[in-house]
Design a protein around this ligand. Structure first.
Ligand SMILES: Nc1nc2c(ncn2[C@@H]2O[C@H](COP(=O)(O)OP(=O)(O)OP(=O)(O)O)[C@@H](O)[C@H]2O)c(=O)[nH]1
Ligand SMILES: [Mg+2]
Length: 304
C-alpha cells in the first residue's frame, strides 16, 4: 500500500484533501488510491440532503455538523454545486458559512463544482464518499440542489435521503409529484418560521396517502428553522430511525450495479477513443453504411 493511502487511512487531512482533488479531477492516480482504500470502507453512513435552491440545505448541513460533532462523530461534507447560474455565489457562500468548522480536525468539507461533469456527477460523488469513508468519517453529508436525474442518482448512493422543502412555494408540491416522493426518506420543512408550514405538511401527507412505498416506510415530516437551530435533533433522529431499519444494503447493491455499468461503459469508450462517431453517424444518416455493421467492425478491430 502506498504511503499516500496509509496517510489517508490514518486520518491525515492534507493527504485526504490532495486525494479529493485527484478524484475530482479524475486523475489516473486516484484510481489506484481508491483500489487500495476500498477494503477499508463500508463504515460510514451517507446522508443526502437535497431540495430546491435556497431552501436552507447548507444551513441545515451546518447545524447537522455541529450536532454530530457534539456526539463526537467524524464528519465529511460534500457540497455538489449545480451548473445552473443561480449558484454563482453559493459556492463562496457555502465556504464562508461552514468556515467555522474548518479548524475542526473532525470535519472535512469539500465543494465539488459540476461544470463539465455531464453524467459523471454521481460517479464522482461515489468515489468521494469512498475516500471519506476510508478516512474514517462516521457520517458523510452530501448536499445537492434540486431533483434532476443526477440528484436521484446521488440519492440512491446515500443511505438515507433528506428532502428539504419550504413553506409558501407552490412549486414544491409540483416537485413532490414530479419525483421527490420516491427519493425522500425524511421530509424536512425548513423555514417553518414562515407562514404555510401547516399547509405544506398537509399536502405532503395527502400525497403520501395516495401510495405506499415498496419498503412500507412512511417518510416522517420534520419541521425545522435551520437558521435558529430549531428541530435539528428531531431531524437527525428521523434520519437515524430510517438507518436503523437497515434498508440501505439493497440500495447500495442497486447503486453499485449501476456504477459498474457506468465504469465499464467509460473504460470501453476510453479504449475505443479514436473512433469517429460523428463521421460514422453522417454515413448512417446518408445511408452510406448501416450502424449494425459499423459497430460490428469496431468490436472486431478492438477485440483484444
Ligand atoms: N427564515 C429562515 N431563513 C432560513 C432558514 N434556514 C436558512 N435560512 C436562510 O435562507 C437562505 C438560504 O440558505 P442556504 O442554507 O444557503 O440554502 P441552500 O438550500 O443551501 O441554498 P443553495 O445551496 O444556494 O441551493 C440563507 O439566507 C439562510 O440564512 C430558516 O429556517 N428560516
Ligand atoms: Mg447550499
Amino acid at each position: 500500500m502506498s504511503h499516500w493511502s496509509q496517510k489517508i487511512l490514518a486520518g491525515d487531512l492534507r493527504a485526504l484533501a490532495r486525494a479529493a482533488t485527484a478524484v475530482e479531477n479524475r486523475h489516473p492516480e486516484a484510481e489506484t488510491l481508491l483500489q487500495e482504500l476500498f477494503p477499508n470502507t463500508g463504515k460510514s453512513k451517507v446522508i443526502g440532503i437535497t431540495g430546491s435552491p435556497g431552501a436552507g440545505k447548507s444551513t441545515l448541513v451546518d447545524r447537522f455538523i455541529r450536532e454530530l460533532r457534539e456526539q463526537n462523530k467524524a464528519v465529511g461534507v460534500l457540497a455538489v454545486d449545480p451548473t445552473s447560474p443561480y449558484t454563482g455565489g453559493a459556492i463562496l457562500g457555502d465556504r464562508i458559512r461552514m468556515l467555522s468548522h474548518h479548524a475542526d480536525e473532525g470535519v472535512f468539507i469539500r465543494s465539488m463544482a459540476t461544470r463539465g461533469w455531464l453524467g459523471g456527477l454521481a460517479a464522482a460523488s461515489t468515489d468521494m464518499a469512498v475516500l471519506l469513508d476510508a478516512a474514517g468519517k462516521d457520517v458523510i453529508l452530501i448536499e445537492t440542489v434540486g431533483v434532476g436525474q443526477d440528484e436521484v442518482e446521488i440519492a440512491r448512493l446515500a443511505d438515507v435521503t433528506v428532502v428539504v422543502l419550504v413553506p409558501g412555494m407552490g412549486d414544491d408540491v409540483q416537485a413532490i409529484k414530479a419525483g421527490i416522493m420516491e427519493i425522500a426518506d425524511v421530509f424536512v420543512i425548513n423555514k417553518s418560521d414562515q407562514p404555510g408550514a401547516d399547509q405544506l405538511e398537509r399536502e405532503i401527507k395527502a400525497i403520501q396517502s395516495l401510495s405506499t412505498r415498496r419498503d412500507g416506510w412512511v417518510p416522517p415530516i420534520v419541521r425545522t428553522v435551520a437558521s435558529e437551530g430549531q428541530g435539528i435533533p428531531e431531524a437527525l433522529s428521523a434520519v437515524r430511525s430510517f438507518l436503523e431499519r437497515g434498508g440501505g444494503k439493497d440500495r447500495a447493491v442497486e447503486n453499485w450495479s449501476m456504477r459498474l455499468r457506468e465504469m465499464l461503459r467509460e473504460r470501453v469508450l476510453e479504449r475505443f477513443g479514436d473512433l469517429d462517431f460523428q463521421a460514422a453517424a453522417q454515413d448512417i444518416v446518408a445511408r452510406r453504411r448501416d450502424p449494425y455493421t459499423i459497430v460490428h467492425d469496431w468490436l472486431q478491430r478492438n477485440a483484444n
